[in-house]
Design a binder for this molecule. Structure first.
Ligand code: HEC
Ligand code: HEC
Length: 414
């Protein structure tokens, strides 16, 4: 062999080795079957169709959704004419407000929660003190720090501004014109005058007004049921992985994002609580998030569980459309126990990167701070944190954060 031919043969051998090595790397499966199963459970394509809410017979009525949307944005339903649901649940901000504590007529003790996908959740609020979206909506409307109004005020507003919309869905609106029977402001609120006015009403008139109030909640819920997260880059990746479409897989997530995903479902075990297509187990956990100075003590699910059991508007209440045996969440809920202490609802992680500050009272301003918290697993102020120290490196933390960005999507809302 001439010198020249030896060199050529050398190059040929090298080329064979490189191509062989590359094709080995490319054909090597990226995920084991078990990992693929986990990825499928997180995929938006695994989200089942939304089941009807048996406690709300108007939940899937498009006219109710249209009416509910109007109510959601109408600031007249407040004590100062300035607060609507959308004041704290701003569509452009992922239906929250970017504040540590929400601001209505006053300041709340907790952070606003995003609404997309919560129709799938059996419990509402950080402590789950409501068991449906319609019952939830009736909380802020009479809260002194949120909308600050009262139910007779709202019933009169419906009468004056939405009579035809209301009647098309719920039937004839009762005659509320007698202001001695139906005062301008009366309801079960903190304000002593407004409460006294309520207590002076006959039980039958109270029920008439409360029924209108309940129907407002049911219409708002019909609107909220349509607010859903869309397909994210992560979902496109998982679909490709399930179809073994390497080309799409390689062009959809970066190496860093993939490392983050691997940690998220593996070593860091985030999927212990952030699982299923909405990245939440819809349950309550104590994760040792610190208490905020100057706020009243927050026991989380301990108080939420007791409140939902006695809630005026729960699934077993007079105003629910469900049969008692359809209220299985409420019938079988865990109502007490040490594990409920300072346990808060697991939030969805879809679109989380645009929702700072984080946690139930906005305790963390950045995702770095959130991840450092998980990494060090500090003791809980009360109760016991379920977290364990992770010992992740700075680089691993960065990759998990990079992965969280792949969960962003458009939010669909009518
Ligand atoms: C002053 C700001 C403010 C207003 C106004 C407000 N909210 Fe909220 N919203 C919050 C806060 C704060 C929370 C969490 C409160 C808690 O856990 O105690 C919340 C929680 C929720 C949740 C629970 C989501 C979940 O995942 O559990 C829903 C749904 C919701 N609000 C819908 C509404 C609707 C509908 C209205 C109007 C009727 C409304 N909100 C008005 C601040 C507000
Ligand atoms: C033991 C259950 C559990 C585990 C494990 C867990 N989380 Fe959480 N996560 C929660 C709960 C509960 C909250 C809300 C806590 C609060 O507000 O006090 C939360 C909140 C968050 C938030 C803030 C969301 C928001 O809207 O405020 C992020 C981000 C987050 N978790 C990411 C992760 C990551 C990443 C991991 C893995 C390293 C992880 N979580 C592991 C239960 C858990």
């Amino acid at each position: 062999m001439s010198e020249r031919n030896k060199i050529l043969a050398g190059f040929a051998l090298l080329a064979v080795l490189i191509i062989g090595g590359l094709s080995y790397i490319l054909s090597r499966p990226t995920w084991t079957d078990t990992e693929l199963t986990t990825l499928r459970t997180l995929w938006i394509g695994s989200l089942p169709p939304l089941a009807p809410d048996p406690s709300n017979q108007y939940g899937d009525d498009p006219r109710a959704a249209e009416f509910g949307k109007q109510l959601f944005f109408d600031t007249r339903f407040s004590s100062n004419g300035e607060v609507a649901c959308a004041t704290c649940h701003i569509p452009e901000k992922g239906f929250q407000d970017g504040l540590p504590l929400a601001q209505g007529v006053g300041t709340t003790n907790r952070r606003a929660m995003p609404i997309a996908g919560t129709a799938y959740s059996p419990w509402m609020f950080w402590d789950g003190r409501k068991d449906s979206q319609w019952a939830q909506a009736l909380g802020p409307l009479e809260s002194p720090v949120e909308h600050g109004g009262s139910r007779t005020q709202y019933a009169h507003l419906i009468d004056e501004n939405y009579r035809s919309e209301y009647e098309a869905i719920f039937g004839e609106l009762p005659d509320l014109s007698d202001r001695t029977r139906f005062p301008k402001a009366a309801g079960q609120v903190d304000d002593p005058t407004v409460r006294a006015a309520w207590e002076a009403m006959s039980p039958a008139d109270q029920k008439t007004v409360t029924q209108i109030y309940v129907n407002m909640g049911k219409a708002i819920a019909a609107y909220e049921r349509l607010i859903m997260p869309g397909e994210s880059r992560f979902d496109i990746y998982v679909q490709a992985a399930l179809e073994n479409d390497k080309k799409t897989m390689n062009s959809t997530l970066t190496t860093e994002e993939l490392e983050g995903l691997r940690l998220f479902i593996g070593e860091a075990n985030c999927t212990r609580c952030h699982n299923d297509p909405l990245f939440t187990d819809n349950s309550f956990h104590n994760t040792g998030v610190s208490a905020v100075e100057n706020l009243p003590e927050d026991t989380g699910r301990t108080q939420g569980a007791q409140k939902v059991l006695t809630d005026e508007f729960n699934c077993l209440s007079l105003y629910s459309d469900a049969e008692p045996d359809q209220c299985s969440e409420l019938n079988f809920m865990v109502a007490e126990g040490e594990e409920l202490e300072r346990a808060f609802k697991v939030p969805s992680l879809r679109n989380v990167t645009s929702r700072a500050p984080y946690m139930h009272a906005g305790q963390f301003t950045t995702l770095e701070a959130v991840l450092n918290h998980y990494n060090t697993a500090p003791a809980a102020p009360t109760g016991h944190s379920e977290l364990e120290v992770l010992n992740l490196s700075e680089r691993q933390i960065k990759s998990i954060i990079a992965f969280l960005y792949t969960l962003n999507s458009d939010i669909s809302a009518p």
